[in-house]
Design a binder for this molecule. Structure first.
Ligand code: UDP
Length: 243
């Protein structure tokens, strides 16, 4: 199955298991790699923000985090095998990492949250090594010491939960200097793992209505959700131009 381009953004055609083995390959190679989990909102923003699109297309792995991306891929005639969300990928990597001795570093979210998320992952995946955590509200002047702390901790996988696209820009700016084999943007996943934000019930996820659930719980999200119809129209236009 070949990769697909949704509004100019590359999305890799992989299952969750395929994404995990791709990441294992990055760790074996040892050189720095950037992993993006792409949703419709960011895909739409990137098609209007060339700097963001360049960051996404330079990433070593881009997964389809969201029903919108899967829908778009089908419309464009390049269907993707399945959704690979940030939270599912974190869980799968933690399971694999506990077996293989990978070290994780969690950076992002409000003070205390990354530590709680790490504790939850360690409870669910006994043997998992967390090399460090840091909250996501540092001042610019504090970033150099964070970078030093991450380098000293030598994680195999750095999870960055600053929200998209802040985390994508941050990873792109610091990846080489950090030298971590894998840096992955995870949005609000630490809040979910720490139990601060509930994920939608499974039946809501199956109906592809997770976005509606999130808007109802956090009405401030409504503006962001308005990107969805714009994304859909842009995809239909792209499909028509191709067809
Ligand atoms: N966040 C952060 N630093 C910031 C701004 C946001 O660490 O300067 C965190 C915030 O606490 C939350 C996450 O980034 O944990 C953003 O979550 P959201 O669900 O909005 O992001 P998405 O999953 O939509 O990218």
């Amino acid at each position: 199955m070949s990769n697909c381009y949704v509004l100019g953004n590359r999305v890799d055609a992989l299952t969750l298991a395929g994404a995990v083995s791709r990441v294992a390959g990055f760790i074996a190679a040892g050189t720095p790699h950037h992993v993006v989990t792409l949703n419709a909102e960011i895909a739409y923003r990137a098609c209007r923000e060339p700097g963001l699109q360049a960051v996404i297309n330079r990433a070593h792995l881009v997964t389809a985090d969201g029903a919108g991306i899967l829908w778009a891929a089908r419309k464009l005639g390049t269907p993707l095998p399945e959704r690979v969300t940030g939270i599912d990928l974190i869980q799968a990597l933690a399971a694999e990492g506990a077996r293989r001795g990978w070290r994780f570093f969690l950076y992002g979210a409000a003070p205390g949250v990354a530590g709680e998320a790490a504790a939850r992952l360690q409870r669910e995946h006994p043997g998992l090594t967390v090399a460090g955590t840091c909250h996501g509200y540092l001042t610019p002047g504090e970033i150099p010491s964070l970078v030093e702390a991450i380098k000293a901790a030598r994680p195999h996988i750095l999870l960055v939960g600053l929200g998209a696209p802040r985390q994508e820009y941050w990873i792109a700016a610091h990846l080489e200097e950090l030298g971590v084999p894998v840096a992955m943007g995870v949005g609000g996943s630490f809040d979910v793992l720490a139990g601060r934000v509930q994920r939608a019930p499974a039946w809501v996820q199956r109906l592809n209505l997770e976005w509606l659930y999130r808007v109802l719980r956090e009405p401030a999200r409504v503006k962001r959700t308005l990107a969805l119809p714009k994304f859909m129209l842009a995809v239909l236009r792209q499909a028509r131009e191709r067809g």
